[in-house]
Ligand binder design. Structure first.
Ligand code: PHB
Length: 392
């Protein structure tokens, strides 16, 4: 009697524990840390819209689990990013950390990702080194070298001989400057001056004057998403376009989010990038239409696509891991994954966990009264050149 009572109680307790565990496992939390305020807020706005569109299209249940999306604002200040990441790991017990509008924010989380074995999905930042800072980091954004090397090749092959480089003085800008200069010189081009300006609230005018005085064929520029409008305005105000100086660079400066406000002076500008809202594929047309509909006509830029693809990566990792939610199973599932994005075919390099993607050369044109980056040449399946050189 007594014995069977104990057995019954034990079985009941086990049953309860099992239900508890099942219940706990039923929700998977995904913590995105994004700059929703401050200088990089356009990145946060675009990323969040991309993430929410993915969920609206694909539902909030994956591999039998309910997805809970948490979006926290770090204003692109790395101390905030780190504190929020700690809270998300310890209090919320997220299965993924994702987002990061700038490189210093992504880097600040890398040690936490390693220690806690939490996958860190970088959907916006672009410095090559980020993915090397934790074995649990994967990226759906881009690297600066990825678009810059094709840009240097195109410029050298198309009559541009003398270039001044102008970059925001922080890690992705330095990556862009270094990779452009090395490739352009290798192809016989000349970099006559290298100018760096501060990331925060830059006044480009004095730097543009210095560049103009050198009478280059082109200015190679990197500014982070959100700053291109001001750069172009000051470029035109100082008459550099009339002086016949071209703008070239990674497409961050010709951001889809801002390009319509830049005016006809940018028509003909050639840049190299991972995404244009004008990308000609049925999937992208569907994506742009759905995005604009859900966001009061806002056009998606490359950050929106980084967020959208980040969610795809997370959903597919959960499915591939067959219900497991530990960091090791998830990061294994991510390695080598490939799919069609609104930007074209992409994959995650199984060795480096970095993104492999097409780089498109595009020219600004007016279509139906709107300015677009129209793609006209493709460098297929480009790996991050910095890591590709290390792998050799
Ligand atoms: C970065 O901080 O890594 C970053 C931010 C915005 C960009 C590109 C790179 O457009």
């Amino acid at each position: 009697m007594v014995r069977s009572y104990f057995i019954a109680a034990a079985v009941a307790a086990l049953g309860l524990a099992a239900t508890d565990a099942a219940f706990a496992q039923e929700t998977v939390k995904i913590g995105f840390i994004l700059p929703m305020t401050g200088q990089q807020q356009s990145t946060g706005k675009q990323e969040a819209a991309g993430i929410k569109l993915y969920m609206a299209q694909h539902g909030d249940t994956v591999a039998g689990k309910k997805i809970e999306l948490i979006i926290r604002d770090d204003a692109a200040v790395p101390d905030n990013t780190k504190r929020i990441a700690q809270e998300l790991i310890v209090n919320d017990k997220v299965s993924f950390l994702a987002g990061f509008g700038v490189t210093p924010a992504a880097l600040s989380v890398a040690p936490l990702s390693s220690e806690s074995k939490t996958p860190e999905i970088v959907t916006a930042a672009g410095t090559s080194i980020i993915t090397e800072k934790s074995p649990y980091i994967a990226r759906t954004s881009f690297t600066l070298a990825q678009s810059t090397v094709p840009m240097a090749d195109w410029a050298a092959d198309n009559g541009i001989k003398k270039v001044v480089t102008m970059i925001s003085d922080y890690a992705p800008g330095v990556d862009a400057e270094k990779s452009f200069t090395a490739e352009f010189k290798k192809k016989g081009g000349d970099v006559i001056e290298s100018i760096r300006f501060p990331l925060a609230n830059p006044d480009f005018a004095p730097f543009l004057q210095r560049a103009a005085d050198e009478k280059p064929d082109a200015i190679f520029v990197f500014v982070p998403s959100g700053q291109g409008g001001t750069f172009v305005k000051q470029f035109v105000e100082r008459g550099l376009d009339k002086a016949g100086i071209k703008i070239i660079g990674p497409g961050d400066v010709m951001d889809d989010d801002l390009i319509n406000g830049m005016g006809d002076a940018v028509i003909g500008t050639v840049t190299a990038h991972i995404y244009s809202a004008d990308h000609n594929s049925p999937l992208n047309k569907e994506f742009v239409a759905a995005f604009e509909k859900a966001n009061n006509g806002m056009r998606p830029n490359f950050m929106a696509v980084g967020g959208y693809d980040g969610m795809h990566l997370i959903y597919e990792a959960l499915k591939k891991a067959g219900g497991k939610t530990d960091g090791d199973s998830l990061i294994e599932a991510i390695k080598g994954m490939s799919w069609e994005s609104p930007r074209g075919p992409i994959s995650i390099d199984p060795q480096t966990r970095d993104i492999v993607q097409n780089i498109y050369i595009r020219k600004v044109e007016k279509k139906n009264g709107q300015l677009y980056n129209v793609e006209f040449a493709t460098f297929p399946a480009v790996k991050d050149p910095v890591k590709a050189a290390e792998q050799k």
